[in-house]
Write a protein that binds this ligand. Structure first.
Ligand code: ADP
Length: 471
C-alpha cells in the first residue's frame, strides 16, 4: 500500500507546531511497518532546503484564477528523513521564509494543492491513499471527487486528519474563480455558513476523517468553532487516533541538543545537570523547582493566564519556585510576560520566539510542564515532557485527558485540573510543590513517566487499519 501525505509542515524541513512533528514522524513509522509512505509539502525557503540536495521530478504550470504560475516538484535525494520527501516550488507564492501568516495564504495553499493534483495526474503510478492534513490541503478530497481535470484520480482513497479544527481557512465566495473547474452543482460541498471553507469541504468529501485524539473527536461534536453539526453528521466516518512521539528525536539518552544525556536510571543526576545549565542561562536559582511552559502564546493554549498565574504563585509560595517560558504569539501576551519580569525578578524569565534547541533543554531541565490549554487536540509537549522525566500539569481536555492521569488516582502520574482558570492552575501548582517535597514519591513518578510508551508504533498501525478500511 502506498500513502502520500500532503501537508504544510514536516519536521525538520519546516515546523510551526505539532503538525510538523506528526508529518515528520508518522511516515517514518509507517515505512517501518511495511507501508510505502511519502510526503509532499511546499518548498519554503528554509535552511533544510539549502542544506540538502534535490532532484527535479516534475515541471508544470497552473492557473490560479487569471494568474499563471510555473511550478516544480523536487525530490530530496538522500532519503535523509527515512521516507521520500517531495517539495512543490511555486516562485512568487511558496518561496517564503515562513510557513503561514502571509496575506495571500489562501492563494498560496490553493496553488500548492492544484500543483500536487496536476503532478499526480501525470505520475506514472498513483498512491492508494492521499492523506491530507488540516485545512491547507482540504480542497484535495473535493477536487478528486468533482474536479473535471482529476477524474482519473477518483479511485484514490482520501483521509483527512484534523490536527486543529479552530483553523479552517475559510474565505469569501468572491474567490470561487480561483478553484479549478468542477461540477458546479456540487458547490454546496465547499460551503459552510456562507463562506468557502476548506476544512468543512474536506470533512464532507474525504473518505475517512480522524482527529489526533479520541477525546478531541468527542469534544468537537460540541465545540468545533462552528463545525459542530457537520462533525456530528459525519461522525460515522470519523474516529480519533492518538498521536505518538518520535522517540528517536525525543530521547534524553541520545539527545545532542541537551547539555547532559541521561536515562531513567540516572534521571535525578541527569536532570539536575541540565537544570543547572538552563538556570544559569536564564538567571534562575537551580535549587528551586522549575515550572516551564513551551508553546504558542495564544488563548487556546491558556497563555493569557500565565502572567497572573506567575504573580499569584510567587505570592502564595515566596522563594519556593521558578518559572521559565518559551513561546511567541499574541503580542499582548508577549508584552505582559516581558512586564512580569519586573515583579517576578529572579524567579521568572521568558524567551519570546521559536527555539527548537531551547525547547529540548527545557523538557530536560524542568521539573514540571504547565499546559493550561482551553483547546488541545492532542498536545505533544506533555508526551515529550514525560519522556524527559518532567511531570505535566494539564487541564483535562482533548489529548491531555487521554495521555495524563492524576497522581492522586490509582496508577496516576501527572497533575490534572478542570478549568482553564488562574485559581485552578495555582491550586495545581501548590499540589506540584507538595509532590516535589515528598522526595520518594516524586522520584518514583519521574521514573514512571519516563517509562510510558508513547511511540508512534501503535498509532502507525491504527492509520494502516484506517487506510485498509477504505477499500
Ligand atoms: P500546537 O501544534 O497546537 O502548537 P502541539 O503540542 O501539538 O501544539 O505541538 C507543539 C510543538 O511545537 C512541540 O514540538 C513544541 O515543543 C513546539 N513548540 C511550540 N512553540 C515552540 C517554541 N516557541 N520554540 C520551540 N518549539 C516550540
Amino acid at each position: 500500500m502506498e500513502i502520500l501525505h500532503v501537508s504544510a509542515e514536516c519536521y525538520p524541513v519546516a515546523k510551526v507546531g505539532g503538525l510538523g512533528d506528526v508529518v515528520g514522524a508518522l511516515p517514518k513509522y509507517q515505512q517501518q511497518a511495511g507501508t510505502i509512505a511519502k510526503v509532499v509539502m511546499p518548498a519554503y525557503q528554509t535552511r533544510f532546503r539549502e542544506a540538502h540536495s534535490f532532484e527535479l521530478v516534475h515541471q508544470g504550470g497552473l492557473w490560479l484564477g487569471h494568474a499563471w504560475f510555473h511550478f516544480n516538484v523536487w525530490k530530496e535525494v538522500s532519503n535523509v528523513l527515512g521516507f521520500d520527501l517531495y517539495q512543490v516550488d511555486i516562485p512568487g507564492l511558496l518561496d517564503t521564509p515562513g510557513v503561514y501568516g502571509y496575506p495571500n495564504d489562501t492563494e498560496r495553499f490553493l496553488a500548492f494543492q492544484i500543483a500536487v493534483l496536476d503532478w499526480l495526474n501525470e505520475w506514472q503510478h498513483q498512491p492508494d491513499v492521499i492523506h491530507c492534513h488540516d485545512h491547507h490541503t482540504g480542497f484535495i478530497p473535493f477536487l478528486l471527487l468533482y474536479g473535471y481535470k482529476y477524474s482519473r484520480l477518483r479511485d484514490i482513497g482520501t483521509v483527512l486528519t484534523i490536527h486543529n479544527a479552530q483553523y479552517q481557512g475559510q474565505f469569501g465566495w468572491d474567490k470561487l474563480y480561483l478553484i479549478p473547474s468542477f461540477d458546479l452543482w456540487k458547490s454546496g460541498m465547499l460551503d459552510w455558513n456562507g463562506a468557502i471553507n476548506p476544512l468543512a469541504a474536506a470533512v464532507k468529501c474525504a473518505w475517512k476523517v480522524n482527529t489526533v485524539s479520541p477525546s478531541y473527536m468527542e469534544e468537537l461534536i460540541n465545540h468545533a468553532n462552528g463545525l459542530e453539526s457537520l462533525l456530528s453528521t459525519e461522525r460515522g466516518k470519523a474516529m480519533g487516533i492518538l498521536n505518538g512521539i518520535d522517540d528517536k528525536v525525543w530521547n534524553p539518552a541520545t539527545d545532542a541538543m541537551i547539555s547532559d544525556m541521561y536515562t531513567e536510571k540516572d534521571v535525578a543526576a541527569g536532570k539536575k545537570a541540565n537544570k543547572l545549565k538552563l538556570c544559569e542561562a536564564f538567571g534562575l536559582n537551580p535549587e528551586l523547582p522549575l515550572f516551564v511552559f513551551i508553546g504558542r502564546l495564544v488563548g487556546d493554549k491558556g497563555a493569557d493566564l500565565l502572567p497572573e498565574i506567575i504573580g499569584r504563585s510567587l505570592h502564595e509560595h515566596p522563594n519556593a519556585l521558578n518559572f521559565l517560558i518559551l513561546g511567541s504569539g499574541d503580542p499582548h501576551v508577549e508584552w505582559m510576560l516581558e512586564q512580569a519580569k519586573q515583579y517576578a525578578g529572579e524567579h521568572f524569565n521568558v524567551y519570546i520566539g521559536y527555539n527548537e534547541t531551547l525547547s529540548h533543554q527545557m523538557y530536560a531541565g524542568a521539573d514540571f510542564l504547565l499546559m493550561p490549554s482551553r483547546v488541545e487536540p492532542c498536545g505533544l509537549n506533555q508526551m515529550y515532557a514525560m519522556r524527559y522525566g518532567t511531570i505535566p500539569i494539564v487541564r483535562a481536555t482533548g489529548g491531555l485527558r487521554d495521555t495524563v492521569t492524576d497522581f492522586g488516582d490509582a496508577g496516576g502520574f501527572g497533575i490534572r485540573f478542570m478549568q482553564a482558570s488562574v485559581a485552578d492552575v495555582c491550586h495545581a501548582i501548590s499540589r506540584a510543590l507538595e509532590l516535589h517535597d515528598s522526595k520518594t514519591k516524586f522520584s518514583k513518578i519521574r521514573k514512571t513517566v519516563m517509562q510510558l510508551d508513547h511511540s508512534w508504533d501503535k498509532a502507525a498501525q491504527h492509520y494502516i487499519d484506517l487506510y485498509t478500511s477504505l477499500k
